[in-house]
Design a protein around this ligand. Structure first.
Ligand code: NAD
Length: 371
């Protein structure tokens, strides 16, 4: 195979974005689209000269695709991905890979069983800044992790939440900022620092008429005893994000895709144990970090990576086993925040399924305007 035929399932905001960028990816050919909304199917067929289908099942069975790109609301990602992989197709599933960890586990199991490739749409992984941060950690330049900090500050208006019935409801989305906006940053935190072992979460709904959280925070514990602080929100402007990773040998800060790295002349524990200097005498030295300018488009680059993985065996930028880590953290924060109890990672799958089912059973959907 030297070109991968791709069908887009769910041609809303993100699916349309992928469709627009598809022409930039020389390794793929856009062949088909499916959506439960016939008007969206017709518009995409006219605009891109592709075949259209009223359901994912019809598109998967059409024989027109080697891979599907799933950009439906989150709860459909696992079921459609599993159906596609069982039919012999490769999959690009938008983030989050699933809402329930039990469903995510099943996606991973089916990917292994069928041998089909499954890429998860954490597109910032394709950017040079994130790749450079990953290299710094993998080269061991920070040493053992001592402390982390993540702040993900965003803003959404009520009109955004009102733009689709599934948004910000327990039944349609299974969470708020933790399920939709923050997963990119949670994925990056876990990719760079590993999975925490315990989460003390807090959730709030402060500025929107929605039933799920628009702000969440947590103190997280790592297996080595290190502590992390996480704050994510869609209530703040100016927007911005900041990730700090402090280790025994240095400190890495990533803010708005800019990287700063400090290295220590001596590892912290060694300095503590062996020196007699007073006060804050252990100083870090800032060292330059080369981050090439990014000329690409990250969604298109993620798709190109999947296509090259299919054609040449290039490693995936976001295999599902890796995307699972951020979902563990999101689900742990959600369950801990709403129950008021700490949650251990790996999250108890049955306990999370029961927690979410209870929330869904009590769901009122979105309160009416003015309520
Ligand atoms: N990677 C990113 O940066 C990014 C950005 C935005 C959205 N997303 C993800 O993309 C997904 C979609 O988000 P959106 O904002 O585009 O939502 P949207 O509501 O704009 O679009 C979803 C589309 O899916 C269709 N749909 C619903 N159920 C379907 C089904 N069973 N089969 C086929 N089509 C179905 C809807 O009719 C709609 O056209 C979400 O999971 C979201 O998290 C990712």
């Amino acid at each position: 195979m030297d070109i991968v035929r791709v069908g887009v399932i769910g041609i809303g905001v993100m699916g349309s974005g992928h469709a627009r960028h598809m022409a930039e990816v020389k390794e793929v050919k856009f062949t088909a689209v499916a959506d439960v909304d016939p008007a969206k199917v017709k518009a995409a067929m006219d605009q891109y000269d592709v075949e259209g289908f009223a359901s994912s099942t019809e598109l998967i069975a059409s024989g027109l695709c080697d891979a599907v790109l799933i950009a439906t609301p989150h709860f459909f990602h696992p079921t459609i991905a599993i159906e596609a992989m069982r039919a012999g197709l490769h999959v690009y599933a938008e983030k989050p890979l699933a809402v329930n960890l039990s469903a995510a586990d099943e996606m991973i199991r089916v990917a292994r069983e069928t041998g089909q490739l499954l890429q998860i749409g954490f597109n910032s992984r394709a950017t040079p800044a994130v790749q450079a941060a990953k290299r710094i950690v993998e080269e061991g330049r920070l040493g053992e992790i001592y402390r982390t900090l993540l702040i993900d500050s965003r803003i959404r208006n009520q009109a955004y939440y009102d733009s689709a019935t599934w948004r910000a409801t327990w039944a349609g989305e299974g969470g708020g900022v933790l399920m939709n906006q923050a997963p990119h940053e949670l994925d990056r935190l876990v990719m760079l620092t590993g999975r925490p072992s315990r989460v003390y979460g807090q959730v709030k709904t402060r500025r929107h008429r929605i039933e799920v959280e628009d702000e969440a925070s947590a103190i997280i514990e790592y297996p080595n005893g290190a502590t992390g602080y996480v704050f994510v929100s869609v209530n703040e402007a100016p927007v911005g994000n900041r990730l700090e990773i402090l280790g025994e040998k240095g400190k890495l800060v990533m803010a708005e895709r800019a990287l700063q790295l400090w290295e220590l002349p001596q590892a912290v524990q060694e300095w503590v144990d062996s020196t007699t200097q007073r006060g804050n005498a252990l100083k870090g030295v800032e060292v330059p970090v080369e981050v090439p300018a990014y000329e690409g488009e990250s969604h298109a680059d993620m798709l190109a990576n999947l296509a090259r993985a299919i054609i040449h065996g290039e490693p995936l930028l976001c295999p599902p086993e890796e995307a699972l880590g951020g979902l563990e953290l999101a689900d742990a924060m959600l369950m801990s925040g709403f129950t008021g109890k700490p949650v251990d990672i790996p999250v108890d799958r049955q306990a999370f399924d029961a927690f979410l089912a209870e929330k869904q059973a009590a769901s009122q959907g979105k309160p009416a305007r003015g309520a």
